[in-house]
Write a protein that binds this ligand. Structure first.
Ligand code: AMP
Length: 356
């Protein structure tokens, strides 16, 4: 494979949700084709991609045909089984690389990696059993949060421990899955940095956005975030440090807690990120084009922000507001082409330019 994909080349995307959909649109604008692989029928990305394979993650034949039909493979979610990756990697480059994926698949490995880089995280302990949980509570006290090490998203697989008496019930809530204990971080607000790194090692970060979650799901992202100049600099530098340490290629989302003592890393996502959707209205090159540029071996675009933007997710029935929203001329509407709205289901988002 040539290092830099020419227009007409194909990018394979594992996962066909809204992120895969917006990646496909960005690729098409650059003259690149996309091929989506998703176990679910009729994935939202399939509507805008050249090809779709609907097959399970362990279908070696389908995976092989998929890999052979593309020049490079990327993904829109981090829970890809290791065996799937083994097979795909033997056929085509997978970007971002395996280490980034492995680290972010497990909250414990992720925290070990981050603290190993000298970055700050919530205090944490591996809690394989009740004895370990009791010891962690004795060490750090309540309140605390118990999280499954793997497969958690949008606040799922988490239990809060407000007082030690709730510890046993919290552990039971993990349903036998391996869990990590996190001390409660007192933060004033949450921000995230969307950062990109190219095949030549160049790094470009978007301006940090300020995130508001409701019931564990991102509700809004606002740029600029409330940060001092030095916090803004810290956020961008720490994101660059993470990308360089992983020899990363692509876009990554780095979620941070802002505290009186500085920035604390909550988690990293080795993919384009919901809190980066504002870049579609605020930057010449958005996070989706940036990711495609990176994995295609192109130079990165300029991530400079030229507008103030509020991104709002349309979750569940919010999508019924679209007719009203369409009457607001400064509201950029993105719908994901999903079927019936269900509570908690991300149906679309809007970007409002609040100051151009
Ligand atoms: P996560 O799935 O880890 O991103 O957690 C979802 C949300 O729960 C975060 O965005 C925070 O609002 C909150 N949260 C997670 N971990 C902690 C923590 N250690 N201390 C305080 N709040 C947390």
């Amino acid at each position: 494979m040539t290092e830099r994909l020419d227009p007409g080349a194909a990018i394979g995307i594992l996962g066909g949700g809204q992120l895969g959909r917006m990646l496909s649109v960005a690729a098409a604008r650059l003259g690149l084709r996309t091929h989506i692989y998703d176990p679910g029928a009729n994935p939202p990305a399939g509507h805008v991609a050249e090809k779709v394979t609907t097959a399970p993650w362990d279908d070696a034949e389908a995976l092989t045909a998929f890999a052979r039909s593309v020049d490079v493979i990327t993904y829109e979610f981090e829970n890809i089984p290791t065996a799937t990756l083994d097979l795909l990697e033997s056929l085509r480059p997978v970007r971002p690389n395996r280490r980034a994926l492995a680290i972010s698949q497990d909250r414990l490995t992720e925290k070990d990696f981050l603290t190993g880089l000298g970055l700050r995280t919530a205090p944490y302990r591996d809690v394989p059993d009740m004895a370990a949980l009791s010891a962690a509570l004795a060490e750090f006290g309540a309140p605390a949060i118990l999280k499954t090490r793997r497969l958690g998203y949008d606040g799922k697989g988490q239990a809060r421990i407000m007082e030690p008496a709730q510890a046993e019930a919290a552990l039971a809530e993990m349903g036998g899955a391996e869990a990590i204990f996190e001390g409660f971080v007192t933060f004033s607000h949450e921000v995230s940095v969307i950062a990109a790194r190219g095949t030549t090692g160049e790094v470009a970060c978007f301006d940090p956005g300020e995130n508001v979650h409701e019931a564990g799901i991102l509700r809004t992202t606002t740029v600029p975030a409330r940060l001092t100049q030095s916090q803004r600099m810290d956020a961008v530098l720490l994101a660059g440090k993470i990308l360089n340490a992983l020899d990363y290629v692509g876009v990554m989302g780095v979620e941070l807690f802002v505290t009186a003592q500085g920035l604390i890393v909550n988690e990293i996502a080795p993919r384009v990120h919901n809190s980066g959707h504002w870049t579609q209205a605020g930057c010449a090159v958005d996070q989706f084009e940036q990711h495609i540029r990176a994995v295609a071996g192109w130079p990165l675009g300029n991530g400079q922000r030229y507008a103030d933007v509020v991104m709002e997710n349309l979750i569940g029935d919010d999508v019924t507001r679209v007719t009203d929203l369409s009457r607001q001329p400064d509201t950029q509407i993105h719908l994901y082409g999903k079927g019936a709205p269900r509570p908690g289901r991300k149906m679309g988002h809007v970007n409002r330019i609040t100051h151009g």
